[in-house]
Design a protein around this ligand. Structure first.
Ligand code: ADP
Ligand code: MG
Length: 244
């Protein structure tokens, strides 16, 4: 005998699955559309300026600045494309047991020169005497920390302090990076992580997006708090695997 109840249930589930697949597809298309619009916009700007200068040169109006402007537009396009290619590369995640304190110190060493130039102070606070070991891809997590530190350094106009706090919060590792730099307005904060959202002349706005991506691949999360003219705090939370 046919069990109509079971058949109906199967049909209902298939329909729900189909509906959720459709929603996912249209969401994907929406994101691809937004992303394509951003890329097109960001590449068209330097391209338009390049075309303008080439036209002036064609007309015989020669000025040494024109070539410089064309070079700068080419560099801008090149930078976007390099970053886009980085995003497109399948992220080879190779996780291993890492001492997070040593990783942080290594990254801090690489920015020491920039920090000294700007007279920025680093204030580290490792609440954990024994640094926890976490399972992560050290190259990827270093990239995140380096990017967050670079953003903080760039946010400090003349001189300031960057605080690095590492602690164990409810069994999770929290790396907190704060600066007393320019900070962000609420509107800006809301756009953080969107590709090409940058307030810097040479910025690409891809950095934060990559940080979110890498941290979520590690089952972690990033929280950002910021206030204009006061500073920014970024908290990266990662699962702790083993404590020493
Ligand atoms: P980029 O550094 O290339 O501009 P990001 O994705 O790293 O791109 O950051 C996007 C934007 O977010 C920056 O241009 C800046 O306006 C803002 N931002 C990020 N970090 C900070 C910070 N620590 N302080 C102030 N603004 C920041
Ligand atoms: Mg950046």
């Amino acid at each position: 005998m046919v069990n109509f109840k079971k058949v109906n249930e199967r049909k209902r589930r298939a329909l729900l699955q189909h509906k959720s697949n459709m929603v996912l597809k249209s969401k994907k298309l929406e994101i691809i559309g937004e992303f394509a619009a951003c890329v097109a916009h960001e590449i068209r700007n330097p391209l338009t300026s390049m075309k303008g200068f080439v036209q002036l040169l064609e007309k015989g109006t020669v000025h040494p600045d024109y070539l410089e402007q064309i070079h700068s537009a080419c560099d801008q396009i090149e930078q976007y494309i390099t970053e886009l290619l980085l995003l497109a590369q399948p992220q080879q995640v190779s996780k291993k047991l890492v001492n997070i304190r040593l990783l942080l110190e290594d990254v801090i060493d690489t920015v020491e020169d920039k920090v000294v130039q700007k007279k920025i102070l680093f204030n580290r606070q490792y609440e954990l005497e024994e640094s926890p070991l976490i399972v992560c891809d050290p190259a990827q997590i270093s990239k995140v920390v380096l990017h967050l530190l670079s953003n903080s350094i760039e946010a400090i106009q003349y001189t300031g302090t960057i605080y690095i706090d590492v602690k164990n919060k409810d069994g999770k590792l929290v790396i907190k990076i704060s600066d007393n730099g320019v900070g962000m307005s609420k509107e800006r904060l809301a756009k953080l992580g969107e590709p090409f959202f940058s307030t810097k002349e040479k910025g690409t706005g891809i950095g934060f997006m990559q940080c979110y991506q890498i941290v979520s691949q590690h089952d972690g999360k990033i929280m950002v708090n910021s206030e204009e003219n006061l500073g920014t705090t970024v908290e990266v939370t990662l699962p702790i695997t083993v404590e020493e």
